[in-house]
Design a protein. Sequence first.
Length: 335
Amino acid sequence: MSQPIIVSASPHVHSDRTSKKLMYDVVIALIPAFLVSLYVFGIGAFIVTAAAVISCIVFEYLIQKFLLKSEVTIGDGSALITGMLLAFNLPSGIPIWMIIVGSLFAIGVGKLSFGGLGFNIFNPALVGRVFLLISFPVQMTTWPTAIENQTVLADAVTGATPLGLIKEGLMFGETMTNISANLPSNLEMFLGLSGGSIGEMSALALLIGGIYLLARKVITWHIPITMLVTMAVMTGIFWLINPESYASPLIHILSGGALLGAFYMATDLVTSPMTKKGMVIFAIGIAVITVVIRLFGAYPEGVSFAILIMNAFVPLINTYFKPRRFGSKIKAKIV
């Protein structure tokens, strides 16, 4: 008797790479930035990160177990990453109860209300971050000064972020030459010795983690590189036109959440486009919205808002930039 033909549904090509392995690769990539945050902000950074991670995992367990009565998926690492990314977008002096509220909103509204991992439209960590920013703007924009606050959670010394100093200075008619005297140097911003959210200060640490993700093929270059290059080109044009009214591209890339957003949040596999062309369009949109908010909006930072706005366009982008079906014919070009 001949060998029977087995018919099964796709996919027919399998890999040992699972969602869980991808998630923990992201966790590994975030470790350098976490270590820098511990050095810069000390115990405050540890408490904020621990509170966000634990509360995200607990809320996911409780909601799935008792409200949705579905399979508990806290072991896949997605709640852990949501907690870490949420913490990385918070100041080190924020009260713990606010972190818990933000975690509940991130997991309950940003993730599980859509059906859980693989179904959420928006990046859950950014949903929690923007909710906290809108609800508690003072606490979310009170930044402990780097290095000087390593032993306590409550901030004794506070200061503005580089983007905040620029926004405030330009608003009061100062020139970039005068503002630059109060800004950290490019080297300090590259190493992470400046104020800001606990996970966004060190460009070096974020780049190390980003290169790891690229090497592991967890992400591709299309979103982070396109986003950063577009931001550099746009801000560079304004800077060349009037360097006294606009910051240099290097400042925009090294400060704020540009690198954190480009490598770790915009590249979220669930909330980003499927195709390479779609990723490029998606990244350009994030960069344009970010620059517009930074230069002309009320907030000095715009990465979180830009990513969430473009998350909403992902279904439309996927509709217009579909991969070619296997077996379909390519139209021959007439020479």
